[in-house]
Design a protein around this ligand. Structure first.
Ligand SMILES: Cc1cc2nc3c(=O)[nH]c(=O)nc-3n(C[C@H](O)[C@H](O)[C@H](O)COP(=O)(O)OP(=O)(O)OC[C@H]3O[C@@H](n4cnc5c(N)ncnc54)[C@H](O)[C@@H]3O)c2cc1C
Length: 415
């Protein structure tokens, strides 16, 4: 493949792979600016699943620029804070949204992943061509164009390919073979939906058992409860487990755990939406190669414990589209996109490896120590400072302003 761009064409035809948060945000901005945009998604139809995610600081500003911030707010889960509990369900510490503001563990925009992705998908409307049940098989590029063969056998040419396939992206491996040096965080998480119980409120409840285990129960806006099972241990092939294997893994770890574990495990058995994530960060020395560029989790997955992955996906898509609209030189735009995003990504990925160990202690003494620290940290006055120090903030991402093109969708697309 030729890495050099010999000329500087404007992006007329763009292909995006992955119809989730990053892909749909980028599709919206590019189509709004008059490009001909196709999104190919491996899943047979739009993927609605996924649990609680949040959008912070600069991510909210991008949603506001798109005119969908209110829609996202209205579709929110309604979570109002976090309560750490002991095995009797008594409160150990509580952090409310109203006490510590939007930069606490619960952000101001808490929404289910599928709801956010759908709002973005619907915002694209007829201006973007979505193709489901297909994926890229091979990519060939030269200085003029990039040619793609799909699994379906279709062959097409584009000016640019944007890979937004999430952490396990296969097209990234095809184009940037062996370039990802993942940073494993020694945590596995299972997310799924269970029936709501009387003790489930609009607060997220977190129970820390010993042996590296914790259970999170979070509210949603659908009359159900979103459960998260966390196992802190070095990965040992868990990433290769199939659906039943993933459930067995979680059951084996949480059998015999106190608090509401039996109810959560019953919910796990009955669930059909388990999202299983063996946490690893994506570490790439470069995000583009010729006319192929990575964005969102496929480029820089920070993992859910960083608390900023969705915000970075939205901001990254906005910056990439903005830089492409600023110049006719694709190579220069991709370079600038990387220069702008790198510092935020590096900060977002800076989760220390001991953080999951502190959140999921191995021993009962460790849990008692954690509770003692939480009690101190949650006292009035201290909790505001602690939230500032410990939680991710996206307020310091300085969002570049790109020229708007309000009438782009009424323009005739270039051929
Ligand atoms: C079904 C699902 C459930 C999730 N649930 C949670 C959750 O509960 N909690 C949490 O913190 N994060 C969850 N995430 C991850 C979260 O959405 C991302 O961390 C973040 O929003 C950044 O999004 P992204 O668009 O970069 O990647 P993702 O949201 O991971 O989206 C990637 C998209 O690319 C598609 N895709 C993958 N490979 C290919 C391919 N070869 N060709 C075409 N399309 C492809 C996928 O089907 C998906 O639609 C979930 C992601 C998905 C896909």
């Amino acid at each position: 493949m030729d890495d050099e761009l010999s000329e500087t064409p404007k992006v007329h035809r763009v292909l995006i792979t992955g119809a989730s948060v990053a892909g749909n945000t980028f599709a919206w901005w590019m189509s709004q600016r008059g490009s001909e945009v196709t999104v190919v998604e491996r899943h047979p139809e739009f993927r609605d699943g996924g649990q609680n995610i949040d959008v912070r600081g600069a991510g909210r500003k991008v949603l506001a620029k798109m005119g969908i911030e209110d829609a996202v707010k209205e579709a929110g889960t309604g979570e109002t804070g976090i309560r750490f509990v002991d095995d009797k369900n008594d409160t150990v510490a509580q952090f409310g949204l109203n006490e510590i503001g939007a930069n606490g563990p619960t952000a101001e925009l808490e929404i289910l992943r599928g709801d956010l992705a759908r709002i973005l998908f619907e915002a694209c409307g007829e201006h973007v061509k979505f193709r489901f049940d297909d994926a890229i098989r091979s990519v060939r590029q030269d200085s003029e164009t990039v040619s793609v063969e799909f699994e379906s056998g279709v062959v097409e040419r584009y000016d640019l390919i944007v890979i937004a396939e999430g952490v396990g992206s296969s097209t990234r491996e095809l184009v940037f073979q062996g370039e990802n040096s993942p940073r494993w965080l020694d945590v596995t998480m299972g997310y799924f939906t269970i029936p709501k119980a009387p003790d489930d409120s609009d607060l997220c409840r977190i129970y820390t058992a010993s042996e590296g285990l914790s259970i999170w129960l979070r509210p949603d806006n659908k009359g159900t409860t979103r459960a998260i099972l966390v196992v802190q241990k070095e990965a040992d092939g868990e990433e290769d487990l199939d659906g039943p294997g993933q459930k067995n893994f979680l059951r084996a770890h949480f059998d015999g755990v106190e608090w509401e574990a039996p109810r959560v495990l019953n919910g796990l058995d009955a669930s059909d939406d388990l999202y299983f994530d063996v946490l690893r960060q994506v570490k790439m020395d470069r995000w583009s190669k010729g006319r192929v560029v990575l964005t969102g989790d496929a480029a820089w997955c920070a993992t859910p414990i960083a608390g900023i992955g969705t915000t970075l996906a939205i901001v990254g898509a906005y910056v990439l589209a903005g830089e492409l609209s600023n110049t006719d030189d694709i190579g220069a735009a991709l370079k600038r996109y990387e220069e702008i995003m790198r510092p935020f990504v590096e900060k977002g990925q800076g989760v220390p490896k001991f953080a999951p160990k502190m959140l999921q202690p191995q021993t009962r003494v460790g849990v008692a120590l954690q509770h003692a620290i939480l009690r101190i940290v949650s006292t009035p006055g201290v909790k505001q400072v602690a939230a500032k120090l410990l939680m991710p903030s996206a307020d310091d991402i300085e969002l570049p302003d790109y020229p708007a093109s309000a009438n782009a969708w009424s323009r005739v697309l270039p051929v």
